[in-house]
Design a binder for this molecule. Sequence first.
Ligand SMILES: [Ca+2]
Ligand SMILES: [Ca+2]
Ligand SMILES: [Ca+2]
Length: 217
Amino acid sequence: MTHVKHTNLFVSSFLLLGLTAFAAPAVSAPVDTDNDGIPDLAEKLLGTDPLIADTDGDGQNDKADAKPTELDNPIIQTGGPATIRILSAKVEDNFDPSTKKDVSDHLEIAISNDGKADLKGLKMYLTLTDDTNAKTESIYRDLSGVTIAAGKTTALHFNLDGVADWTAAQTHFRANENSMLYTTPSPKTLKLQIAANGEAPVSITFKKDAGGAELAD
Ligand SMILES: [Ca+2]
Ligand SMILES: [Ca+2]
Ligand SMILES: [Ca+2]
């Protein structure tokens, strides 16, 4: 009886060794950092963000979205008189007044609250058009964590080091590294609309000169 048991053990070990030897080599799955079903490398080709599952902010993840870098403006165009004001908006020639040094090109929006109540419930919609081929991108962000105190000014930054949590109480948000803002040097036209809770939106149009982004050009 003991002999039979040993034989069975030997056969099992042999089969296991054989299966291991003939198993297909391990193939690692492509990296999909934001878990939206599109690998990081493919996001680069699509122009979508490898760290944001819903690049344009329309509620559909990049893989399910037929146009993952474009959406129509969802901001309600009516409301009370605006007390929010866009002081400036730019995507180049950024400067840090605290260090008195140039910083990498990024979307920077300076806004003020001209009213007597704190401003909350900010929403923004940005369109980017390539002046040479009319290609467009657009994003919508519900910046519900941002508060601008009455009579105060604040600056919002969208850069590659920013955090992709639009509802957080912060001023540095994530920008899409695969946006044509970063990937092509052609001149661009940008249109920004911002609205605060219950107020009519305010808008600004600004330009990006020809030249590589992320460079102090
Ligand atoms: Ca992905
Ligand atoms: Ca993505
Ligand atoms: Ca989307």
